[in-house]
Ligand binder design. Structure first.
Ligand code: TXE
Length: 483
């Protein structure tokens, strides 16, 4: 495809320009292994400039806008995202290897985030509090100020949509540091936001490496809130940096989410979700339901049904729009293949694999989807986030055992429970440790409205839904003694 803008430019204070040091990063198409363009390599100086621009914007037109007007700007951005969906999806597909259909879903979801947060901007209210005689007490919800957004490569549009949308709804300004591996769609998003009427300096975009631009942003004393989605290791560094400056941080660090299937489950209804949990976005999903925890009575039936589907899975270039595209990079491909090799060498049984179509170029980052069966729940492959198209099936006998397995990792992001027994649905929802529990579904189709976040190593803080708006604002209590 021909890209319609200069991808090397970064956005600071409403001005597109080269990164300060003039350096760039190559963008590799993971479907082919070929370079497609370059992006700017933002430096600490660029971050300084971006934070200064975001600070200035707080005191300009944006800071004076009513919540309703802010909401209208966000709604306009949403409309324009929809108008540009084709280009956004094509860019994402080129950049990270998502099959086109899946990239389009992400563009639609980003539009929906802006629509939702546009509509909610003027509906966040404080309270009046009954207090001592002679007092009137009320609370206000105010913006933090300059907010930092560090976004990974797996869902750039969805993740930026949720954190930028929520932050803007509450009147903050933003500095966005997209992943060095996935930047193109967000550069276009920033252009769309400008066109839709977002005032200059309210959204600044500085692409670059994590250890450079990312670290400079999280350490910056001008930043008043940090949203981070990424790995546990970097999450720890981000939390330390936030601690140095005593600023709030939201960490979304992935997981090892179980889908628990009881004997009485409607397997036909469950199968698309069980498969999607491992295969959608080639398994590179923080909430991927990659641990299939299945009761002994339906175990073999489930394995047989999943095997049939795995063996039909086609892997190919993003533009072929098959079930599974390449992984985001050569590095990610090697990481995932190392996990598969480790499982096989350690004696795990492969129940089924998908296949690579003849169209897969040699240098693309393709991995065969792989389903392991009879995996002990303490095994490395059942404990660690693989972030590729790999699922493990773990058998269990009793409800208590299912709970122990579900809660038996360091993570706690999402859990799916498949059962027709109403009492069990309630018991499981209470017993399982995770930020979201889905009963007889998994993910509820994305659910922009549904608060999302983890416990344990999956992180803390809630994004998405109305709840996120509390995180993106500061509560102020006003107590007036009027006698
Ligand atoms: O993530 P990183 P990577 C997990 C997943 C994946 C693994 C590695 O298991 O295999 O992490 O992916 C920025 N200060 N997740 O290496 O490095 C970086 O530039 C500030 C799960 O790509 O955590 C990028 O913008 N920022 C996850 C972002 O952090 C820094 C999604 C994420 O990159 C930084 C992605 C630093 N010192 C990966 N170093 C999820 N929760 O869904 C890097 N960054």
């Amino acid at each position: 495809m021909t890209i319609s803008f200069d991808t090397t430019q970064i956005l600071i204070g409403g001005r597109w320009r080269a990164a300060g040091n003039g350096e760039t990063i190559d963008v590799i198409n993971p479907s082919t292994g070929e370079e497609v363009c370059k992006i700017g390599r933002g430096s600490a100086q660029d971050i300084d400039d971006a934070v200064a621009a975001a600070e200035a914007a707080l005191n300009g037109e944006w800071g004076k806008m009513s919540a309703t007007e802010r909401g209208r700007v966000l709604s306009n951005i949403s409309v324009k995202i929809k108008e540009n969906e084709d280009e956004l999806a094509a860019l994402e597909s080129l950049d990270v290897g998502k099959p086109l259909k899946q990239a389009r879903t992400d563009a639609t979801a980003m539009a929906r985030y802006l629509e939702f947060y546009g509509g909610s901007a003027d509906k966040v209210m404080g309270h009046t509090i009954p207090y001592a005689d002679g007092y009137t007490v009320y609370t206000l919800r105010e913006p933090h100020g300059v907010t930092a957004h560090i976004v990974p490569w797996n869902y750039p549009m969805q993740i930026a949509g949720r954190c930028i949308g929520g932050a803007l709804a509450m009147g903050n300004t933003c500095v966005l540091k997209p992943s060095e591996d996935a930047c193109l769609s967000l550069l276009l998003f920033a252009r769309i936001a400008e066109e839709a009427g977002l005032p200059k300096g309210v959204l600044n975009v500085v692409p670059g490496y994590g250890a450079e631009a990312g670290a400079a942003l999280t350490a910056h004393t001008g930043v008043q809130h940090i949203s981070f989605t990424g790995s546990v290791g970097v999450g720890k560094m981000v939390q330390k940096a936030a601690g140095e400056n005593i600023v709030p941080v939201t960490l979304e660090l992935g997981g090892k989410s179980p889908q628990i299937v009881f004997d009485d489950a409607d397997i036909e209804a469950a199968l698309p979700f069980l498969m999607g949990g491992g295969i959608h976005n080639a398994g590179q999903t923080c909430s991927a339901g990659t641990r299939i925890v299945a009761q002994r009575g339906i175990y073999e039936k489930l394995i047989a049904a999943m095997t049939e589907r795995y063996e039909a899975l086609e892997v190919g270039p993003a533009s072929d729009d098959l079930d599974v595209g390449p992984l985001v990079s050569e590095k990610q491909k090697n990481t995932v293949n190392d996990y598969i090799k480790y499982g096989v060498d350690d004696g795990l049984t492969v129940a089924a694999e998908g296949y690579l179509t003849a169209n897969c170029p040699e240098k693309g980052s393709y991995v065969k989807p792989t389903l392991f069966r009879d995996v002990p729940y303490q095994h490395k492959l059942a404990q660690e986030e693989i972030f590729g198209p790999v699922q493990v099936v773990i058998p269990f006998d009793t409800e208590d055992e299912a709970i122990k397995i579900a809660n038996g990792t360091e993570y706690g992001l999402v859990t799916g429970v498949w059962t027709k027994d109403g009492g069990r649905q309630m018991r499981m929802a209470k017993a399982v440790k995770a930020g979201q529990i889905f009963i007889n579904n998994f993910g509820a189709g994305g659910g922009v409205e549904l608060p999302f976040g983890g416990i344990g190593k999956s992180g803390f803080g809630r994004e998405k839904g109305f709840e996120a708006l509390y995180g993106f604002s500061v509560l102020k209590t006003v107590a007036t003694n009027h006698g």
